[in-house]
Design a protein. Structure first.
Length: 80
């Protein structure tokens, strides 16, 4: 996941609305220390396909990245 920290990756993820919204929601959960509950629910949700589940769980495990992405998004909104 560390490769997602570079500026190009942040820009690419930020440019995809559905991804941006997901990562920002995960960041809010991270800030509120509520990711644990989300992860438990996601792991037990049989309606979510394995690939999506794996990707989201990987993201959820990267608190530093989530908060950095949230900060990046806030700065982008401020500049535009």
């Amino acid at each position: 996941m560390g490769g997602w920290y570079d500026l190009e990756s942040l820009e690419e993820l930020h440019g995809e609305e559905s991804v941006r919204e997901l990562v920002l929601r995960l960041a809010v959960l991270a800030r509120r220390d509520r990711l644990g509950h989300f992860v438990e629910v996601l792991r037990s949700d049989e309606d979510v396909d394995a690939r999506t589940k794996q990707t989201v769980l990987e993201l959820a495990g990267e608190r530093t990245f989530l908060l950095a992405f949230e900060d990046y998004s806030r700065r982008c909104r401020h500049l535009h």
